[in-house]
Ligand binder design. Structure first.
Ligand SMILES: *Cc1c(COP(=O)(O)O)cnc(C)c1O
Length: 315
């Protein structure tokens, strides 16, 4: 399902457009909704009756998987690391969809997933597992499709994007976009702004996912081209996952463009994009920001008072 691209305005000396992934029309949208879709196509085709997935207690993936499972009448178990008392809006939405939740320490994730899946099998069920972030060839397909939407927009509008920015976590979204770029021989620079990982780890995660997708499709790309296409920028993580304060950015963007950004992913990446462009003195380019979602976290930030601004500018 196609999401719109809208022109925001002139920011950081460039013409800034946004791919509105937060409007993907399932369960408050976001990249995880788009990524979950091809998994549910597999689930349909394979006759599975249960879904197991994994994420943090505030996971956007668990929210959309629980919602899609509920719509199809499938049983859903979300394995989460973190605390049961961390009542994030995403966790409330997982429960609103009727999914069950199993909490475990971060070191016991693999064992817990195994135990939950075994238990379902023992009860005669056929569980399908969706990995954290939807990482892998299936999830990457979703963002190959997204790249094709961007490509179609460029043809329709005559606007060619010089740079595409996105928040990059597990690397699934970035890998899909990079595969789309390689398949279409596009020249735009795709920059993943790391939301947590250091460059070496993040970059190899994206590359591994790119290779998995191309291998699954039987497409050969010379190694050098692949590596060149993966730009994973770790200078703006703010010290790690969920760390850093992007209230000035999120408040400015909401006030000026009525676009919801969250502190963990999209606000951090929007800020990082600005720094990246300024540090390289990149101006007068067409820049596309992939707004990957996180709408429940946007509301959470509001409730916690993280989103106030008085005369703040993007700086
Ligand atoms: C998961 C997530 C990301 C990161 O996507 P990856 O494919 O894991 O790199 C970015 N933004 C939001 C809102 C997310 O939920």
């Amino acid at each position: 399902m196609e999401t719109p691209i809208t022109f925001l305005g002139n920011e950081f000396g460039n013409r800034l457009y946004v791919k509105r992934e937060e409007l993907y029309p399932v369960a408050l949208g976001g990249n995880k909704a788009r990524i979950a879709k091809p998994f549910f196509d597999e689930i349909d085709a394979g006759g599975y009756d249960s879904v197991v997935t994994y994420g943090s207690a505030g996971s956007n993936l668990c929210r959309v998987v629980a919602a899609m499972a509920a719509m199809q009448g499938l049983k859903c178990v979300a394995v989460m690391h973190g605390e049961d008392n961390d009542i994030s809006l995403n966790l409330r939405l997982v429960r609103a969809s009727g999914a069950s939740t199993v909490f475990c320490p971060v070191g016991e994730v693999a064992d817990t997933i195994e135990a939950v899946t075994e238990e379902l099998r023992r009860k005669g069920r056929r569980p399908f597992f969706i990995p954290g972030g939807g990482y892998g060839a299936i999830g990457a397909q979703a963002y190959v499709d997204c790249f094709d939407e961007i490509d179609a927009y460029e043809r329709r509008s005559g606007v060619a994007f010089d740079h595409i920015f996105l928040p990059s976590g597990t690397g699934t979204t970035q890998a899909g976009l990079v595969c789309g770029k390689l398949l279409r021989n596009a020249t735009c620079e795709i920059v993943g702004i790391s939301i947590a990982r250091e460059r070496s780890r993040g970059e190899s995660a994206v590359l591994e996912c790119v290779r998995a997708y191309l291998a699954a499709k039987g497409i050969a790309v010379p190694d050098g081209r692949m590596e060149k296409a993966v730009v994973f920028e770790d200078a703006y993580t703010g010290g790690g996952y969920g760390c850093g304060d992007y209230a000035a950015t999120t408040a400015y963007v909401y006030r000026k463009y009525a676009l919801p950004l969250d502190n963990t992913y999209t606000g951090k990446a929007f800020y990082g994009m600005g720094q990246y462009l300024k540090e390289r003195r990149t101006v007068e380019r067409n820049v596309l920001f992939i707004n990957t979602g996180g709408v429940p976290s946007f509301f959470e930030d509001l409730i916690r008072g993280n989103n106030r601004s008085e005369g703040i500018t993007a700086g």
